[in-house]
Design a protein around this ligand. Structure first.
Ligand code: ADP
Length: 153
């Protein structure tokens, strides 16, 4: 019997991709054979950082790791996982608020795509306070966000 590759997808808005996200990606790439960072394009929602720019920044940041790929998708996460052949979803957990939300999402995704398992990694405390929302707010008002991002804007 052929050994099935463990392919995971790390879905998110990544508006912007932060050092917290990178930490989950790096740790996830030690668990899975392949990790696809999937940037969700919600056409009903206006982004702050253009999606193509963010894709390039993430590619640049992860280019040394051959297990990692970056894709943009529209629509349901569970459908895109099927499309790329991912049998796992990877998500990060910072706190109980994340847990409440992620719990529901993971169950729904498993309902929509049977067998799709969501795997959670607990955030490194060094990055637990970083959120894309906070980074956007600081950037909007001219603050320096360099410390939170693994690349230069
Ligand atoms: P979404 O809009 O789908 O919540 P995000 O881009 O905000 O997407 O986050 C994607 C994933 O990264 C989520 O699982 C989130 O919990 C996780 N994440 C966000 N910030 C951090 C952080 N600082 N450390 C670890 N994981 C994080």
């Amino acid at each position: 019997m052929a050994i099935q590759q463990k392919i995971a997808m790390f879905p998110g808005s990544f508006d912007p991709f932060t050092k917290g996200h990178l930490d989950i990606v790096n740790r996830g790439s030690l668990i899975f054979d392949k990790l696809i960072i999937a940037i969700g394009n919600n056409t009903a929602k206006q982004r702050y950082f253009p999606i193509e720019v963010m894709k390039q920044k993430i590619e640049l940041t992860t280019r040394q790791n051959p297990r990692i790929a970056v894709e943009i998708f529209e629509g349901l996460t569970s459908n895109f996982a099927k499309e790329v052949g991912a049998n796992f979803l990877l998500r990060g957990l910072r706190n109980t608020t994340d847990f409440e939300y992620e719990n529901t999402i993971a169950q729904v995704n498993n309902y929509l795509n049977e067998g799709l398992e969501t795997v959670f990694l607990i955030t490194n405390p060094e990055y637990a306070y970083i959120s894309s929302t906070i980074v956007r707010e600081i950037h909007r008002y001219g603050g320096n966000v360099g410390k939170f991002l693994p690349y230069q804007l």
